[in-house]
Design a protein around this ligand. Structure first.
Ligand code: NAP
Length: 499
């Protein structure tokens, strides 16, 4: 019998009020049930918001360095449990265990970085135009915030939101993806172990429309930080907009890698393989379009096919496996549908294009690494996010055409160029419409000390991580202190300017 896990509300592990549950299964071996989790609904969300609301005054008034000490402690516990958590990620979500370790490491890095903010969290002091008057800006918490996360980085993405939200003095209702509740529960348990006061962090597991939507709709939630698909992001933005609720939306991508004729081809190929097929292509920053100059397109494509053919697909806990399964049956179907669309659109299927079957493949959602050639930028497979091990090779004749193709989608998350021409590299850094650009590296590989997020339909102008994280989870407050002992009217009682 699989273990039953509960919601964490007001410092207690509690079942959903209607008693409904759901199972989380291993995508590489679907008969393995990772655990049974609470299928929460509006009533559970209300309880969680009640608890977060009750905990808010005490948490807001806790000094920021003390708040940050809980985050630092959880960072240490993540370090202690790194291997166990990485293996849990592989079992629950499918990424190969080395990548699972990377995912947990990102959480450790974030704890390291953001706990220091407890002693920084810079405001501003500026001169006043009046004598004996002091002017400053301080950062204040937002209140109760709702955090809704996807399954592809089951530890890292929640830490990107929970850690800065806590350091800045907010209390939290956290709804993780239905595909990765075990990883989320394991993370929340570390906060319990660290002694975080009851009600400061609350976990409700369940399905988006049942357990996510009520968080967005509750008037007491001051801000929603959401990472997921553009479709759900749009829905959340529309609802939150009606209530003038702050939202931070990190959405989809269709990330281009440009390869110029002067590039180091070995390096570009290595980057392309990692960017396109790492995490089975299920990264928001995955390299899904390779825009390659015609002068080298044939050689590049032939070698890419050769190398992708030798990738080992399988269960991510087995030694040597480089590509794991897709997350679930729905995603397997979506990927296959896009492959059929690509064929109908006239792209050349150069590798893969099918579900892997036979032996242990039959136990999970495995799909062959897939390469399309001769892809035109108008095709749906060049425009829409597939979120699987499918990459489109798109030949172009010039740098200008490469940029035009790179910028031709509605998304703008990550981008990259391989070239040894420094002038071209700088032009690309300027010209690629994206929140993140790489030179001589693939589109994946962000570090937590720089802002993370995208332009156009990838988001709504906000950024996670880096110094942005503090800005996102606080409201600036302007404060004026007049110690002159008399009424001084701004703009009116100002002394004469020099003439
Ligand atoms: P998703 O379907 O949009 O789900 C994301 C989260 O929203 C899940 O917790 C989901 O719950 C919940 N949700 C679904 N419907 C909801 C609703 N009506 N109201 C409130 N919450 C709702 O995305 P996903 O499939 O988990 O993740 C893949 C997507 O995330 C891709 O598009 C990828 O590009 C994007 N992503 C973006 C970034 C970034 O930083 N830009 C990073 C990683 C991933 P359920 O799990 O129950 O559906």
């Amino acid at each position: 019998m699989a273990e039953v896990y509960h919601n964490y509300i007001g410092g207690k592990w509690v079942p959903s009020q209607n008693g409904d549950t759901f199972e989380s299964c291993n995508p590489a071996c679907t008969s393995e049930v990772i655990g049974v989790f609470q299928r929460s609904n509006k009533q559970d969300v209300i309880s969680a918001i009640d608890a977060a609301h009750a905990a808010l005054p005490g948490w807001m008034s806790t000094p920021a360095p003390i708040r940050a000490s809980y985050v630092r402690r959880v960072g240490q516990l993540l370090e202690r449990d790194k291997e166990a958590l990485a293996q849990l990620e592989t079992r629950e979500m499918g990424k190969v265990v080395e990548e699972g370790r990377g995912d947990v490491q990102e959480g450790i890095d974030m704890a390291d970085y953001i706990s220091g903010e407890g002693r920084r969290m810079f405001g501003e002091t500026v001169p006043s135009e009046l004598r004996d008057k002091f002017a400053m800006m301080v950062r204040q918490p937002l209140g109760v915030v709702g955090l809704i996360t996807p399954w592809n980085f089951p530890v890292a993405i929640p830490t990107w939101k929970i850690f800065p939200a806590l350091v800045t003095g907010n209390t939290i209702v956290f709804k993780p993806a239905e595909d990765t509740p075990a990883a989320a529960t394991a993370l929340v348990k570390l906060f319990e172990e660290a002694g975080l006061p009851a009600g400061v962090l609350n976990l409700v597991t369940g399905y988006g429309p049942e357990a996510g939507a009520p968080i967005v709709e509750d008037a007491r939630i001051r801000m929603i930080s959401f990472t997921g698909s553009s479709a759900v992001g749009r829905e959340i933005a529309a609802k939150a907009g009606r209530d003038l609720k702050k939202t931070m939306l990190e959405l989809g991508g269709k990330n281009p890698m440009i390869v110029m004729p002067d590039a180091d081809l070995d390096l570009a190929l290595e980057g392309a393989l990692w960017g396109a097929f790492g995490t089975t292509g299920q990264r928001c920053t995955a390299t899904s379009r390779i825009i390659v100059h015609r002068d080298i397109a044939d050689e590049f494509t032939t070698r890419l096919i050769q190398q992708a053919k030798s990738l080992k697909v399988g269960y991510g806990l087995e030694p040597g496996v480089q590509v794991g399964p897709l997350i679930n049956a729905q995603q397997l179907q979506t990927v296959d549908e896009y492959v059929q669309i690509g064929k109908q659109e006239g792209a050349s299927l150069l590798l893969g294009g099918k579900r892997l079957t036979g032996g242990s493949y039959d136990n999970g959602y495995f799909y062959a690494p897939t390469i399309f050639g001769d892809v035109n930028y108008r095709m749906r497979i060049a425009q829409e996010e597939i979120f699987g091990p499918v990459v489109a090779v798109m030949p172009v004749s010039s740098y200008d055409e490469a940029i035009q193709v790179a910028n031709s989608t509605e998304y703008g998350l990550s981008s990259s160029i391989y070239t040894r021409d420094v002038n071209l590299a700088f032009r690309a850094m300027r010209d690629m419409e994206a929140g993140i650009s790489y030179v001589n590296a693939p589109t994946i590989g962000a570090e937590i000390q720089l802002p993370f997020g995208g332009v156009k339909a990838t988001g709504n102008g906000h950024r996670e991580a880096g110094t942005s994280a503090i800005k996102e989870f606080t409201e600036p407050k302007a404060i004026y202190v007049d110690y002159s002992g008399r009424l001084q009217r701004a703009q009116i009682d100002v002394e004469h300017h020099a003439s």
